[in-house]
Design a binder for this molecule. Structure first.
Ligand code: HPA
Length: 273
């Protein structure tokens, strides 16, 4: 079965079970899956029940789509995402984004846990992603281009919507939340970076580093979705902090910021036109 037919099968399966057409898609990163629990009147669909959907394996990822109301809008959230380092192909990693596009939504909100590189950052900060640097050594658009899905050479000048960034900054100000801004470097993982690699990332203009998001945002841009990206700085990157890095620390900090994260996300969704 070709990619397009699979996609249509997945979308029509979801079309049959969902109650309302989603407006906004959410991808919830490590430790941030709890945000899906705030969705009202939730309809939950485990990935394993969705035709052609990959299944997630990482600890802290529940692996289901959650449908419902958040900030007065119908949203569909991915509670658990797929990472390249898990062994999935980029086509699989980004499959849910294609599905979301097929379902007719026009805005994608991506969240992730990231290591802070900018020396002004602290663990627990939220960072509005202004741009990214693709360092995974691959691109999800490699291969034959299907014109109905997007252009062969999509523009990435505004991979993260200016309009949504302005809205998010304004919302954070109203909530009296400090919000960092910066460039997200997407690396392959799963080992954390060495201090030398972090020095290099700092030199090339990165403010934060993580192992996700970039493939999804490239595909979202290709599909013409508006993207908003927010990172939770769960730790200072290797060589900048006080201690060794651990997944437990990442999950722990993400957990501590969830109230702030959630109210920001909810308010922003509410204000989206
Ligand atoms: N590096 C890469 N990915 C991450 C980090 C980090 O320091 N923290 C959370 N995700």
């Amino acid at each position: 079965m070709d990619f397009q037919s699979k996609l249509q099968e997945t979308a029509s399966f979801l079309d049959q079970i969902k109650k309302a057409k989603p407006r906004v898609g959410l991808i919830l990163g490590s430790g941030l899956g709890v945000l899906a629990e705030e969705i009202a009147n939730p309809q939950k669909v485990p990935y394993r029940e969705i035709p052609h959907f990959p299944v997630s394996t990482v600890e802290g990822h529940a692996g289901q789509l959650v449908w419902g109301q958040l900030g007065g809008k119908t949203v569909v959230a991915m509670q658990g995402r797929f990472h390249y380092y898990e062994g999935y192909e980029l086509e699989e990693v980004t499959y849910p984004v294609r599905v979301m596009h097929e379902l007719g939504l026009n805005t994608l909100l991506v969240t992730n846990a990231a290591g802070g590189i900018n020396p002004d950052f602290h663990a627990g900060d939220l960072m509005l992603i202004t741009d990214h640097i693709n360092l995974i050594g691959a691109n999800p658009l490699r291969g034959r281009n299907v014109a109905s899905q997007g252009a062969r050479f999509p523009d990435m000048t505004e991979a993260y919507s200016k309009e949504l960034r302005v809205l998010t900054e304004k919302t954070a100000e109203e909530l009296d939340y400090s919000l960092q801004k910066g460039v997200y470097a997407g690396v392959f993982g799963p080992s954390y970076e060495t201090p030398a690699e972090i020095k290099y990332l700092q030199t090339i203009g990165a403010d934060a580093v993580g192992m996700s998001t970039v493939p999804e945002v490239i595909v979202a841009g290709h599909a013409g979705l508006k993207v908003l990206g927010i990172s939770c700085i769960t730790n200072m990157a290797a060589g900048l902090g006080h201690a060794r890095l651990s997944h437990d620390e990442v999950m722990d900090t993400a957990d501590k910021t969830k109230a702030k994260f959630l109210s920001l996300v909810r308010e922003v969704i509410e204000k989206m036109v």
